[in-house]
Design a protein around this ligand. Structure first.
Ligand SMILES: NC(=O)C1=CN([C@@H]2O[C@H](COP(=O)(O)OP(=O)(O)OC[C@H]3O[C@@H](n4cnc5c(N)ncnc54)[C@H](O)[C@@H]3O)[C@@H](O)[C@H]2O)C=CC1
Ligand SMILES: N[C@@H](CC=O)C(=O)O
Length: 380
């Protein structure tokens, strides 16, 4: 009897780990782009888990660098210089240099994690993936941006590094993977309906007329629920992006311009610099009092709802829902996603839970990192 078999015979209720950590020892070099609200929480989560992952699953996470919009930090690139002049450890951000540094030699597994909301960063993914770098991101711009770029990313990831983006839709909730599993097992998507914005879910739950809407938006921003520019949430564009991501996952070639979006941002505030928009937020109060009064008049609740079907119809906007409606009972930042498929046609599949905030989003990104790490071969 080998040692595993004898262990099972002696302790039938305590199965040994499938892969002993020592025989699965892998190193994953990591570069993080965008150390903002989500990125900095992710850094803490990675640091807290580093020792446990090395011990329990043989996975060594090696954080090699962090790049913000203007400055980047590369670890150990010039130890002598770094020791002499601390300031030299920071240098102006250069994403090519950053990616090359994290990539290292061909022998190591390496990953870039994009926690920015930058289109310029997203446009680098096809090159990074083609060079063998893995990419993980909560940034929605790559998966919902130009279809041709999305197709290049898919093509590059089928031959090069792996690409995961679970946190782009409903933060830490398993939405993209759930859809993937349905499709991969032969099901067909008929439609998706739900509440896809943590910010708007939270605002709709809080807003009852006792506090101005603008004050609540400021609070949602401070809590880290909103996009860096809250107009991305209020305009419905953030939700439209999530619909596009799910549609493309299902193989439907949807683009943002195909989505009918109701914006809550008055046209005169839409193009202002962010700072000025935040100063004039109270102009939203009059805009929002009307739909609230309409919902209250029919004894309903205000909810931000989106839907998508296989004929390419996609819409996003506020609705006054009657209180027995399943979407009326959500709490705080709860998102709810209802998949109607061939198998789940009479009674749709639901995924529900908190859909915004740095902690849950960072955890969604971290889980993507671990999924990729599980598939890495052991290299000497
Ligand atoms: N906050 C949330 O609940 C969720 C956020 N997300 C996504 O996560 C991403 C990050 O969101 P937050 O952390 O809230 O934003 P944030 O504004 O707090 O952080 C963004 C970071 O990206 C950096 N950055 C911007 N342009 C850059 C560039 N060109 N190169 C390098 N770094 C750059 C900024 O310096 C900042 O550190 C966004 O794409 C957002 O859509 C996704 C799901 C939920
Ligand atoms: N701002 C977004 C964050 C997650 O995508 C939201 O509120 O849903």
């Amino acid at each position: 009897m080998d040692s595993c078999a004898s262990l099972i015979a002696e302790h039938p209720h305590r199965l040994p780990p499938l892969h002993a950590a020592s025989s699965r020892r892998r190193t994953l070099a990591i570069g993080l782009i965008g150390p903002g609200r989500v990125g900095s929480v992710l850094l803490s989560q990675l640091r807290s888990a580093q020792e446990r992952l090395a011990r329990e699953s043989g996975l060594e996470l090696k954080l090699c660098g962090v790049a913000a919009s203007r400055r980047m930090w590369l670890d150990c690139d010039d130890p002598e210089l770094n020791a002499q002049h601390d300031a030299q450890t920071w240098r102006p951000t250069d994403l090519d240099q950053f990616a090359t540094y994290v990539r290292g030699d061909d022998q190591r597994h390496a990953m870039l994690i994009d926690c920015s909301a930058s289109d310029a960063v997203a446009s680098q993914y096809p090159y990074w993936l083609a060079s063998g770098l893995h990419v993980v991101t909560p940034n929605k711009l790559a998966s919902s941006g130009p279809l041709s770029r999305w197709q290049s990313i898919r093509a590059a990831s089928s031959h090069g590094g792996r690409f995961r983006y679970e946190a782009t839709v409903c933060a830490g909730l398993p939405v993209v993977q759930t859809l993937r599993d349905l499709l991969d097992t032969g099901d067909q998507l008929l439609s998706v309906e739900g509440m896809f914005s943590g910010t708007l879910a939270w605002l709709c739950c809080q807003y009852d007329g006792t506090r101005p809407f603008s004050e609540l938006v400021r609070e949602a921003h401070a809590l880290g629920y909103t996009e860096p520019d809250p107009r991305d949430d209020l305009s419905g564009m953030d939700v439209a992006r999530k619909l596009v991501i799910l549609a493309r996952e299902a193989g439907w070639p949807l683009s943002l311009q195909d989505v009918a979006v109701q914006s809550l941002v008055p046209p005169e505030l839409a193009e202002l610099p962010l700072e000025e928009f935040m100063e004039r937020l109270d102009e939203l109060d009059a805009v929002m009092s009307q739909p609230l009064a309409a919902a209250q008049a029919v004894d309903g609740v205000l909810r931000h709802v989106a839907s998508l079907d296989r004929d390419g119809r996609a819409q996003v906007g506020l609705q006054a829902l009657p209180s027995p409606h399943p979407f009326a009972h959500t709490r705080l930042t709860d998102n709810i996603v209802q998949f109607r498929t061939l198998r789940y046609s009479d009674n749709p599949m639901l995924v529900q839970g908190p859909g915004a905030g740095p902690e849950v989003t960072a955890a969604g990104v971290f889980a993507d990192l671990l999924r990729i790490a599980e598939s890495l071969e052991v290299r000497a």
